[in-house]
Design a protein around this ligand. Structure first.
Ligand code: HEM
Length: 456
């Protein structure tokens, strides 16, 4: 529900004390959501101080209702914590006719056939990280790897190549530095407390964020200006410059800048987080790791497109996305009346899918807390049971790229290196997930020790 209107009709009230609930959700939202489902059933209302409330469902029946809501009856909630990062023209934030128009422009650049041409770029990006191109330190036995830093470096390299065609070292370094600084200056506090978004004598966190965003925008603007006067290129920017809206007009520079920034942000932290969790889970489950290694060994030297089709590799990626969806909540704000799981909502109310709950619904998933990729070989799960990329008319536009990238990077890393979780992570509790910019990921930096690597 909107903060202004409060609950209507039969909809439940936000639990009190509000701040205590916000604190519990902030400390470990996964656990908080599970507790709320057990206590209140499905759906339940959660209040986000500063952003209003949302009625959440974590069931397949509820997800079906949310994802099937007519496109004109919903829009993204505003204010939105990521708005300063992606900008007002971002596909993530636009609605109605503008969203339809931009989606039609962007979606073809992410179709499966197009994505498959990026196979060698993805494999080379993973290999470059193992060779130590970024750090100067190749993965050799005895090296300790910070999995998030390594995964981010790989996925940033991929997204820069795929979206902007960046393939030379100088430009890559420039973009990597600007994007990383941009992301690092937008911490959890700025994201969740809008009151902090103000300039204070040029020294506040907000000032640093604006300066970093300006630096990244300057690079993007330079790229757009250069491409407008030359051959557009085969990357996603090229395809956006080359395409016209249905009325014959072209995308403006300001809109293009927001879309490019969106793709850089949405397209690498998310995938990087899943890679970290996949490596972590596999190294905690020796049988799964053995089975995957055997499958990869049987297809050593295969083309990326063939690797990406391997069934157990596919199951491992799906099971990781099930247990650790990097975008754990998917929200829709209503423009008219709607009924979610029997609860009446009105215009301005917000409803959402709690993806971790959907992915652990005992009615669908046997032993849901267990990492068991085999479940994806035994049964097909429908789009309202398994929805790491959301659903309906706003389903993640980069899903095919992310799926392809996950499989090829994982295969390249496991094919070239033998790793061991550092002793502190090898046993004990699974780290909790917290928001990192646009995605949630492990709160602590998970590290691996390299036992053996193709770089030696
Ligand atoms: C494992 C990686 C990823 C995950 C789990 C993920 C997940 C999601 C989710 C849950 C949504 C919201 C969908 C909804 O509202 O129903 C979304 C939207 C979006 N994602 Fe992804 N994403 C990933 C990777 C990517 C990549 C690689 C790109 C592009 C390079 C991308 C670009 C976008 C964009 C532009 C949207 C907004 C779509 C719209 O509103 O029409 N994502 N993503």
């Amino acid at each position: 529900m909107s903060a202004e209107t409060g609950p209507v009709g039969t909809a439940p009230r936000a639990p009190r004390p509000v701040l205590l609930h916000a604190l519990l959700a902030g400390l470990d939202f996964d656990r908080y959501f599970r507790w709320r489902r057990t206590r209140d059933g499905d759906p339940f209302l959660v209040r986000f101080p500063g952003f209003g409330s949302a009625l959440f469902t974590g069931s397949a029946a509820g997800a079906r209702e949310v994802f099937r809501a007519p496109a004109d009856s919903v829009r993204p909630p505003l204010p939105n914590p990521i708005e300063p990062m992606v900008g007002p023209s971002s596909l993530i934030l636009t609605r109605g006719a503008q969203h339809r128009r931009d989606r039609t422009l962007l979606a073809p650049a992410f179709h499966g056939g197009r994505i498959r041409t990026y196979g060698s770029i993805i494999r080379d990006a993973a290999a470059a990280e193992l060779d130590g191109e970024r750090t100067g330190t190749p993965w050799r036995s005895g090296t300790r790897i910070d999995a998030r830093a390594a995964a981010r470096a790989i996925t940033l390299r991929v997204v820069l190549a795929v979206v902007l065609g960046v393939d030379d070292e100088r430009r890559r370094d420039e973009y990597c530095a600007a994007t990383t600084e941009f992301l690092n200056t937008y911490g959890g506090a700025l994201m969740l407390i809008p009151a902090l978004r103000r300039e204070v004598f040029g020294r506040a966190p907000w000032n640093r964020f604006i300066a970093a965003r300006d630096r990244l925008d300057a690079l993007i603007d330079r790229e757009i200006a250069c491409r407008r006067t030359s051959v557009p290129g085969t990357d996603i920017l090229g395809s956006l410059l080359d395409t016209r809206y249905d009325d014959g007009s072209v995308i403006t520079d300001a809109e293009l800048r927001d879309q490019v920034r969106t793709l850089l942000v949405a397209g690498h932290e998310t995938t990087a987080t899943v890679l970290v969790w996949a490596l972590y889970r596999l190294h905690r489950e020796p049988a799964a790791l053995r089975r995957l290694r055997a499958e990869l060994a049987a297809h050593a030297g295969a083309e990326p497109a063939d690797i990406a089709r391997l069934p157990y590799l596919d199951a491992v990626c799906q099971e990781t996305l099930r247990l650790h969806p990097p975008v754990p909540i998917v929200l829709r704000r209503l423009t008219g009346e709607f009924t979610l799981r029997g609860q009446r909502l009105v215009a301005g109310d917000t409803m959402g899918v709690a993806v971790p709950l959907l992915h652990s619904d005992p009615a669908v998933w046997a032993r849901p807390r267990q990492f068991r990729p085999e479940r994806f070989l035994e049964r097909h799960y429908g789009p309202f049971e398994f929805a790491p990329f959301g659903g309906g008319h706003r389903r993640c536009v980069g899903a095919a790229l992310a799926d392809y990238e996950l499989r090829i990077v994982l295969a390249t890393v496991l094919g070239r290196a033998r790793l061991r979780l550092s002793p502190r992570f090898a046993q004990g509790r699974i780290p909790i997930s917290v928001p990192h910019n646009i995605a949630t990921g492990p709160r602590v930096a998970i590290t691996f020790d390299v036992l053996e690597s193709g770089s030696e």
